[in-house]
Design a protein around this ligand. Sequence first.
Ligand code: DQA
Length: 148
Amino acid sequence: MRFLVINGPNINMLGVREPDVYGRQDYQMLLELVRGTCAEEGIELELFQSNHEGALVDEIQNAYGRIDGIVINPAAYTHTSVAILDALKAVSIPAVEVHISDVSSRESFRQISYPGMACVKTYMGQGIDGYRQAILYLKQYLTERDER
Ligand code: DQA
């Protein structure tokens, strides 16, 4: 099983960025958590972060035929990007959406998620632990799907 974990704009600034909203754990800690979880679960891993919408679309397309599951935090593009939604639909790889903060209790412009419309589940408001939960869920989802 091979997963791609994608992070969108400003996630590389974790720890520095609005710590009251996103916590004090930095991007390196996020990567360590994701790497550790995948290693424990026997999942092969690719990691990608970009501040550019088209680069995120390219990476999703690049996953086609190679990647079994995607964990994605599209960050601000969550609320604007039909292109990321369409890319997820195009490759039709099961995807789980993660948000570090609880977007449901934030500004009204954060209440829509376009990529989320192509995801099998969303985790929000769990801090970076949401990535661990998303990986575990996706593994279970794919295992159950393959047993059917
Ligand atoms: C975020 C929430 C988004 O609204 C915001 O633009 C981000 C991070 C989160 O992880 O909580 O950059 O996706």
